[in-house]
Design a protein around this ligand. Structure first.
Ligand SMILES: Nc1ncnc2c1ncn2[C@@H]1O[C@H](COP(=O)(O)OP(=O)(O)OP(=O)(O)O)[C@@H](O)[C@H]1O
Ligand SMILES: [Mg+2]
Length: 229
């Protein structure tokens, strides 16, 4: 599956989702390629940091503009899954990525500034669907609040979208995500584990890849990598 983590607002957790999902997918035994289609190079930094600290490498390439489309098409047969991280704007790279993707995954932070971009994201998806009508689009709450009603209010608005499917897999604002990323790790890999963070990202993983994908017979996750324990 080719997944573009995208959107129009910066800082909402795209790179966090892209890198965590790529690591988890690899831990589940799939050949994953991470593509950094953001000139900020955050995913590339994540992978470099990971390698520098001696953790297993996640294949990652940096691509910009139309090359995202042509290269992804060439690379796709070699990988089970490709996760493309894009920048926080409507860029040529993101559009190119979406034309060859099966799924667009869009994090939304609860709060007006993010939610105001929903219509723009919907327009972008509508436009891309004129050339890639198979594009599925999913949104989720990212960097949500741990208290209050803001997440639910945001969810209510996102559920109304007729262009994006809302998945109830909120990833809340937790220090563990920030700390893990700084070390080039997914939250499933840090010790001690933040059980809530792990459970949240696991729910998102299941929503994207399916709950049983990555399971071996007997219910054990391959490599023991992504159990929520
Ligand atoms: N669930 C979370 N809890 C706490 N911190 C988070 C969470 N998700 C992301 N962050 C932090 O917020 C910042 C922005 O996150 P991230 O880089 O993933 O967003 P982005 O959408 O990729 O941003 P950009 O648009 O700049 O590419 C980072 O410092 C990251 O560690
Ligand atoms: Mg980013």
């Amino acid at each position: 599956m080719i997944i573009t983590v995208g959107g129009i607002k910066g800082g909402g957790g795209k790179t966090t989702a892209a890198t965590n999902l790529a690591v988890m997918r690899r831990a589940a035994g799939f050949d994953v390629l991470l593509i950094d289609a953001d000139e900020q190079r955050s995913s590339s930094e994540f992978v470099s940091q990971r390698e520098a600290l001696g953790h297993d490498a996640i294949p990652c390439v940096q691509l910009v503009g139309a090359a995202v489309r042509t290269q992804v098409k060439q690379l796709a047969p070699r990988y089970a899954d490709i996760v493309i991280d894009t920048g926080g704007r409507d860029t040529a790279s993101q559009r190119a990525a979406l034309t060859v993707s099966d799924l667009m995954l869009v994090p939304f932070q609860p709060g007006n500034f993010d939610l105001w971009t929903l219509e723009q994201v919907e327009r972008l998806i509508d436009e891309v669907r004129s050339v890639n009508d198979a594009l599925d689009a999913v949104c989720f709450i990212s960097r949500g609040y741990t208290t209050g009603a803001d997440n639910e209010q945001a969810a209510e608005m996102l559920r109304k979208s007729e262009v994006l499917r809302f998945v109830n897999a909120p990833v809340l604002g937790r220090k563990a995500f920030n700390t893990a990323s700084g070390e080039g790790l997914a939250v499933i890999e840090t010790r001690p584990r933040d059980a809530k963070a792990v459970m949240e990202i696991q729910r998102l993983y299941d929503a994207v890849f399916g709950p049983d994908d990555g399971m071996e017979a007997g219910g054990q996750r391959r490599n023991g990598g992504i159990s929520a324990a």
